[in-house]
Design a protein around this ligand. Sequence first.
Ligand code: NAD
Length: 357
Amino acid sequence: MYKIAVLPGDGIGVEIVPEAVKVLKAIAVKFGHQFEFREAPVGGAAYDITGHPLPPETLKLCQESDAVLLGAIGGPKYDNLPVHLRPEIGALLPLRKELALYANLRPCILFPGLLKASTLKEEVISGVDIMVVRELTGGLYFGEKYRENTPDGGQKATDILSYSTYEIERIARFAFEAARKRRKNLCSVDKANVIETSRLWRETVTKLGQEYPDVLLSHMYVDNCSMQLIRNPKQFDVIVTENMFGDILTDEASMLTGSIGMLPSASIGGKVSLYEPSHGSAPDIAGQKKANPLATILSAAMMLRYSFNLEEEALLIEEAVRQVMADGYRTPDLMEAGCTLVNTVEMGDKVVEMIMR
Ligand code: NAD
């Protein structure tokens, strides 16, 4: 019996999470597993009900579960709340901190059926298979923030960026281990030419590299990395980087896969891991059944792999997605000539059909 906390959240979260649950239920039937799903509100949805985006009951449910499946949170309705009550700052960041999820894994893989869906040239992206390891509980997002008035009648805003040797070493070790299981190539991304935390980052990663002589370590400035991801993404195997750089670079990298709706993620580090798509709540398409549920479905596959050690089941989900893509079914974000347009629910159904064949 695996206990899964289900937090759909806001916007398209409530549309894509049920599709991932549907897929997990199909896996349970096919392999004879028992998954217990317990749902709780988070983000704007939780604020609407309880007055706080991360109610204690929701956090408790997560802590008492074997894994957490999250949709997305946030939306324009909540943008003007006091900062501590905004969904991302009031729920997402504390959830990551409370569950000690310091490592965010974002596999960026191009499914062969989607070669033409990307805005980039086929020869540039074919065969792309990158694992981005993003530090998730430090850096600018978690640093002290404040505002003060200035004599000219304006304001000054400050966000503190800090990283300790311990935090850098912890995530770098995770990335070296990940590289060891892949093509043994690790690129550490920083801005060491300008930022002090990046200089400590580079020194620490370089030193740790001595323990991993079998892994080829390189360093790259974040601005260059942003360019190289589009110029020649196949040069990358594993990328390790700090919180904000990872946030931005992975949105960019998602375009290598055709759509941000294809990029899953696993947040790992504590007793309970959290799985969520890399994208947000997409208010522009919410409620229209246009959202691509595959990033969430692929996040559920990561849950089976990393939290429950169910590799065969995870592979079956990934293979089902690959086959549905090869058969030409597409949500609007991936739609191209000659393909069949499906909505969010139909896409989930197609993956389930493929699993149950
Ligand atoms: P977003 O990722 O929600 O959307 C960016 C663009 O990608 C939009 O055009 C959207 O329609 C599209 N898109 C995203 N997911 C898609 C999917 N599954 N299928 C098809 N198209 C998809 O980013 P945003 O617009 O910058 O932010 C919207 C809200 O989400 C904000 O409130 C933001 O704070 C929040 N957000 C939450 C998370 C999270 O919950 N982890 C992450 C990022 C942003």
